[in-house]
Design a protein around this ligand. Structure first.
Ligand SMILES: [Zn+2]
Length: 412
């Protein structure tokens, strides 16, 4: 069996998908269930059908495109990623795993390989938290980590419920039907850009992921007291932004002082109300994102943030409300899948390193219902979630080749 990746076609498909965007090129913005996202989904389904795959969609909009195996009693092998993109993102995050997954299946078809297990391409809904404030919406629900009831409580940034957003997007069905039973897939593999600088820095073309860091995110609202910037004197102030400033630094310190390089914490959103030059900030909304490969250490950082929050609240006389949006456990990749990926690299004489995924991915949740592994390719300067995100055609097709080889090994 000789697997050949059609690099030219794959790259032109990545470009075509990138052109379906709400931002001007080279930036890509594709928020879940916007007209642009729906257009991209339609385009992608057509590519899957062209390849002879059977396409279905579940009630949260996760899309499944199946290449049937010779033994339909066996659980399928899954691969895939996401096509939604945060505002002003690049072309490759998620997309490489989706279009690379599709090309891997086509390459296997062209090679004459006939899998025993079916191979299924998955396109997960809303890996990015942009619209609903929670990442991996589709895979979270597939794995049962987010219940249908909890999902129904979600509202987008405009306050529209998930059910209403779904309905407007023409995605229907009972959310209870999204969860897949454990054992539904015999294995799951996701190809992704590294989103970090290590592979490029070491000059190694492939990373075989061994574990995925545990993410948590908080929504914090600080209620101060507004007033005229000239009229209210300093002793009388309860400035929400000054309290926020202290808290932001406390969050940074909690991560810096964890004693481990793997601990990171970020405040990425700071909204100030009323946001006028001569008005004391009355209310601030912050987001905090905390991650670690070690759950205990991550939770310890969260505890320190909670302690700091209470102290600042008392000291500055401002109520602070913290909502934990998610606090997920890390995932270890399945040894059998890690081995299959590593052997596939070896088969093509490609160097690889074991690597930790510091970003979370749909694989974090797939690992709860299926033996899961991930394959990373380098991206320039480690940049991601920005318009100049870049992975070379050679790296993308190498990753796709190893993915195809891995899918073949797992579906025999
Ligand atoms: Zn991604």
């Amino acid at each position: 069996m000789k697997i050949e990746v059609d690099q030219h076609r794959l790259i032109s498909e990545i470009e075509a998908l990138a052109s379906i965007s709400d931002a001007e090129a080279p930036a890509v913005t594709r928020i879940v269930f916007t007209p642009t996202d729906l257009k991209a989904r339609t385009w992608l389904k057509a590519r899957c059908e062209e390849a002879g795959l059977a396409v279905r969609q579940d009630p949260i909009g996760n899309t499944f495109a199946r290449c049937s195996g010779s033994d339909l009693t066996l659980p399928p092998v899954g691969t895939g990623s996401h096509i939604d993109a945060i505002p002003n993102a690049g072309k490759y995050d998620g997309v490489v795993g989706v279009l690379g997954g599709l090309e891997a299946i086509r390459a296997l078809q062209r090679s004459g390989f006939r899998p025993r297990h079916s191979i299924e391409l998955l396109v997960f809904t809303a890996e990015e938290p942009t619209r609903f404030g929670i990442g991996c919406l589709g895979s979270r629900m597939l794995s049962g980590a987010l219940s249908a009831d909890a999902a129904r409580q979600l509202k987008d940034s405009e306050g529209v419920s998930l059910d209403d957003v779904r309905e407007r997007a023409g995605v229907s069905g009972e959310l209870e039907a999204v969860k897949l039973p454990s054992g539904y897939y015999s294995a799951f593999v996701e190809l992704h850009i590294e989103q970090g600088p290590r592979l490029e820095g070491q000059g190694i073309p492939l990373g075989v992921v061994t574990s995925i860091a545990a993410p948590a995110s908080l929504r914090i609202s600080i209620e101060g007291s507004g007033g005229h910037a000239g009229g209210v004197l300093m002793p009388d102030r309860r400035d929400a932004l000054c309290a926020a400033a202290e808290l932001i630094l406390a969050i940074e310190n909690a991560a810096r002082n964890s004693g481990a390089i793997d601990t990171v914490a970020t405040v990425g959103i700071c909204e100030v109300f009323p946001g006028a030059v001569n008005s004391i900030p009355s209310r601030v909304r912050l987001s905090a994102d905390i991650r670690d490969t070690d759950l205990e250490r991550r939770d310890d950082v969260m505890q320190q943030i909670e302690t700091a929050t209470q102290a600042i609240s008392v000291e500055r006389r401002v109520p602070i409300r913290t909502e934990v949006l998610n606090a997920d456990a890390p995932a270890d990749c399945a040894p059998a899948v890690v081995e299959a990926i590593s052997e596939s690299c070896g088969k093509h004489h490609l160097k690889f390193v074991p690597i930790v995924s510091r970003a979370y991915h749909d694989s974090l949740f797939m690992s709860r219902i299926a033996p899961t592994g991930m394959l990373f390719i380098p991206c320039r300067n480690g940049y991601s979630h920005r318009p100049d995100e870049y992975a070379s055609p050679e790296d993308i097709s190498r990753g796709t080749l190893v993915l195809a080889e891995t899918l073949a090994a797992l579906s025999r």
